[in-house]
Design a protein around this ligand. Structure first.
Ligand code: GLV
Ligand code: MG
Length: 341
């Protein structure tokens, strides 16, 4: 483990200094775009006004014979679009694939200053982050980049989950992590073909008695989301739910996103345009909750002591809970308010 004072030194001569705190940004939905499809690229300027993050997907779901076109298409769309306050990310190919190196070399070389975050798939341990960290520093130095590109890990292997804490603290470039339920299910030997969400057979039965037994479906992802949120928040980085594959079931998508939001996640991936509104609704705090949170803050200006509001006890800890909601509401207001005006 490096000494703290060395942890924040650039990893290449001429690379920008690593950030000490994450930029405060609203990232309710990370919207996936397949950049090899011209029709999809042409929608990006409009899309950038509607979502918090546009991500050019280079990895899974991009056909092997379209990998180079996807990379080229991403560079073209990054150059052609003014993203304003909307984030621009890529999901690079896996580190053991034939495309990973050139994804970073070509994209950072061409549009490094526009790129905010590199999402790295199938991260197994801190060694994967260290490799990308060093390579990004070299490429940033070569491109005379002004700001460091951040790293976002996908938590989607059993080994990655085992090493989740060391991944979260591997580098000052760490932006956060997303749960990848499809790869994770395969890696763990889970018996499901679904991408996220529940499974009707994963349930608890009430005790046998006289009448029919009630069954309640359980959340397959609860354990992993909880571990991810704790690892991320303990290190000042952000946790995200990943993909929800059944585009025809908006209700289940909303329920999965909402569980993640309540557990501490900042956002989720949106793979289909209909999921954008769901993510916006779920990852923006409920106005009634925000109004109550503002009452708590107003009643305890210095954040200490105890007061009763509407029959409920408030103290230093509930003041902090209220602050989480109010800070998020202010960010949402700034972004959505500016978009509406
Ligand atoms: C996402 O990449 C997943 O595997 O679920
Ligand atoms: Mg995956």
């Amino acid at each position: 483990m490096k000494l703290p004072r060395r942890f924040f030194q650039p990893l290449a001569i001429g690379a920008p200094a690593p950030l000490r705190t994450l930029p405060v940004r609203l990232e309710r939905m990370i919207h996936f775009v397949p950049p090899h499809v011209e029709k999809m690229r042409s929608k990006v300027p409009e899309l950038a006004k509607q979502v918090d993050v546009v991500l050019g997907n280079l990895e899974d779901a991009i056909p092997i014979d379209a990998k180079l076109d996807a990379r080229r298409g991403f560079i073209e769309m990054a150059k052609a679009t003014d993203f304003g306050s909307t984030g621009l990310w890529i999901r690079m190919n896996a580190l053991n694939s034939p495309w990973a190196l050139d994804d970073l070399v070509e994209i950072v070389g061409a549009v490094g200053d526009k790129l905010d975050v590199v999402m790295v798939p199938k991260v197994e341990g801190s060694w994967d982050i260290h490799y990308v960290d060093q390579l990004l520093a070299q490429l940033e130095a070569k491109a005379h980049a002004r700001k460091p590109i951040l790293i976002h890990a996908i938590l989607e292997t059993a080994e990655g989950v085992k090493n989740v804490e060391e991944i979260a603290q591997a580098s000052p470039r760490m932006h956060g992590m997303s749960l990848g339920p499809a790869d994770l299910a395969a890696s763990r030997g889970m018996k499901t073909t679904r991408v996220g969400g529940g499974h009707p057979d994963y349930k608890v039965l009430s005790d046998a008695g006289s009448g029919p037994r009630a069954a309640a479906q359980q959340d397959l992802w609860h354990y992993t989301v909880a571990r991810m949120v704790d690892a991320c928040m303990a290190n000042g980085i952000k946790a995200f739910y990943g993909p929800f594959g059944d585009f025809s079931d908006a209700e289940a998508c909303e329920a999965q996103f909402r569980n993640a939001f309540l557990m501490g996640c900042a956002g989720a991936w949106t793979l289909h345009p209909t999921q954008i509104a769901i993510a916006r609704r779920v990852f923006s705090p409920d106005p009634a909750e925000v109004a109550f949170a503002r009452k708590i803050i107003a009643a305890m200006p210095d954040g200490a002591g105890a007061v009763m509001i509407d029959g409920k006890m408030q103290d230093d800890a509930t003041w902090k809970q209220a602050k989480v909601l109010v800070d998020l509401a202010d960010l949402v207001e700034a972004k959505d308010g500016a978009a509406a005006s």
